[in-house]
Design a protein around this ligand. Sequence first.
Ligand SMILES: [Zn+2]
Ligand SMILES: [Zn+2]
Length: 257
Amino acid sequence: MEFFTLASSSSGNCAFAKSGDTAILIDAGIAAAKIEQTLAEQGERPDKIAAILLTHEHTDHIAGAARLAVRYGIPVYASPKTWSALPFAAALPPSLKREFTYDMRLGEFSFEFCKTSHDAVQPVGLVVQAEGKRLGYVTDTGTVTRGMLYALHDLDALVLEANHDRQMLMQGPYAPFLKRRVAGLSGHLANSQAAELLARLLQKRLCPVMLAHLSETNNTPQTAYQAILPVLQRLGGGAEKWLAVAPAHAPSVRWTL
Ligand SMILES: [Zn+2]
Ligand SMILES: [Zn+2]
């Protein structure tokens, strides 16, 4: 399985995964033209995308989805209640509207879904499985849910939100209500929360980790990296090679699992 993110931050999220002839996008929260351009730069083609999977309805996850779907006839998948909140739901041809199911398969891919804790109607994280490998993808969650702990086992790679540094958030420019929202149970995962979760998940087996959905106001790639690195160092040697940070506006490293 191959994987990279095209963009990852509070201003837009989109990730690519491919197994054999089947390619998918997880979220499409940047402009369709930018997705097309980035895929081309990575040697991939938008007309080869078999599905767009949306984790929830927030703009930074869906901005380019409808345009891309219509342009290339790509089915869009989302949780059942998310469809009621997607602004383009009525405009999208019914043939392109699909709901997540627990037995859904796309080519080589199968999926497990877990609830995240976020101020959206039915947000999900997922484990993408292909070729015997399991890749976890969880962003936009204010806390670690039981479902996340249940789903995120035996991973071969994990993309995990490290949205903010608590101190930077509290001392930063956000209005008080926004600080409460981001730090709240239905907000976003702090670096320290990501560190705690990783310490728990990776005890038995270390795997490559990519920190994602970093706030450009309340975090820096360096801050997030330094918050997480000691956790991986405690779990095994050569921690640097296990840890990557997804850039906000450029493609990440490309994983081959
Ligand atoms: Zn988001
Ligand atoms: Zn969100």
